[in-house]
Design a protein around this ligand. Sequence first.
Ligand SMILES: *Cc1c(COP(=O)(O)O)cnc(C)c1O
Length: 379
Amino acid sequence: MIPFVDLRTQYHSIKQEVDAAILGVLESCQFTLGSEVAAFEQEFAAYCGAAEGIGVNTGTSALHLALLAAGIGAGDEVITVPFTFIATASAIDYTGARPVFVDIDPRTYTMDPNAIEAAITPRTKAIVPVHLYGQAADMDPILEIARRHGLVVIEDACQAHGADYKGRRVGSLGDLGCFSFYPGKNLGAYGEGGMVVTDRPDYARTIRMLRDWGAEKKYHHVLKGYNFRLEGMAGAVLRVKLRHLEAWTEARRAAAARYDALLGAAGIATPAASSVNRHVYHLYVIRTDRRQALQEGLAACGIQTGIHYPTPVHLLPAFAELGHRVGDFPHAERAANEVLSLPMFPELTAAQTAEVAQAVIALDGATQATRREAVTSPA
Ligand SMILES: *Cc1c(COP(=O)(O)O)cnc(C)c1O
C-alpha cells in the first residue's frame, strides 16, 4: 500500500525532539500563546522574509483576520479564484464582503492576472491570490494591478510554506501572507494552527488584538475580537518541525522530479512548474480526461490518490447565493474534472514513486493527445 500522505513516518523520524518539546510545554504550563508561540512567530516570519508573524488557531482564521486588519467588511468585494479550498472564499464571506471570482491559468492552476481588471468595481478592496499546490501565483502582474487600483493583496499561502517566486519568498510578496499548519500541510502541527505574516506593524498590531478578544491589554478590549489564539503545544511542535522544513521541501522536490521524469517521458500531463519559481509540491497533481478509471485502477493497486478539488467554489451549494452557473469559469471547471493528486510526502521513496508512475502509465496510456492540448492551451 502506498498512502497519499504518511504523517507517522515523519513523526518517528523526529520523535525525540517533538516529545521533548511537548514535555517542555507541559512543564511550563504555557498552554495558549506563551514563549514557544512567540519564538515560533519570529522564526517563521524570518523564514518568510517578513517582519512580523502572528500565530492563530487555523489558516482560515489567518485569512479572516488579515482581511479584517486590511479594513475589509460588509459591502466590499474581494477578488479571488474559484479553484481553491473553500476556506479562501469562506474567510472573505466571514467579513461580510463578497468573494468575486476570476478564472485560473489552466497550466499553473493559479489566478490568471489577465482576468483581474475586468472584475474590479468601485467596491473592490483586495485581491487574494492562492499559491495552489505549493506553487506561487504570478505575483508581479497581480501586485502591479493592485497598486494601480489601490487594492490590498493578501496571499493565501496555506499550501506553499517556503515557496519562492522569482527568488522572493511567498507570504512577504503581498501586504499580508496567510499560512495553515493543518497536520497535512508542508509544515503541520499535531493539531490545528495558522499564521499571518506581514511587514506592516499596524496590521500586525490589529491582528494580535483580534486573535485575543480585541484586547490591547488584559480585559481592555478595544476591538470586537475573537478567540483565535495559537496553542503552546502547536508552537513548540512547529518550532521543531520548522528546523526540518528545508530538508523536507527538498525531498518533496526530488520526489516530484522523479515523477516528472517517469511520467513526462510517457506523455502524462505533469505539473507545469515555472523555472523562475520554487514549487514546494504540497500536492503533486497530474491531469487526465479519464480520471475516475485511473483513480479506481490505482486504488486497486493499493495506491491512494486525492482530488483537489472536485468542485470549484463557485459551483458549491454553500455559495449558491452568489448566483454562478456552469460555464462561468471554464478553466477552473475543467481542472476540477481532470486533476488527480498522486502520493506526495517527504519520506516517499524512489521505489514508491517508481511504483506509482508505472501504475499511472499502465492505466492511463491511451489518451495523451487530449491531455497535452489541455495543459498547453493559452489562458
Ligand atoms: C488548508 C487551506 C486553508 C485553510 O487552512 P485551515 O488551517 O485548514 O483553516 C485555506 N486555504 C487553502 C488554499 C488551504 O489549502
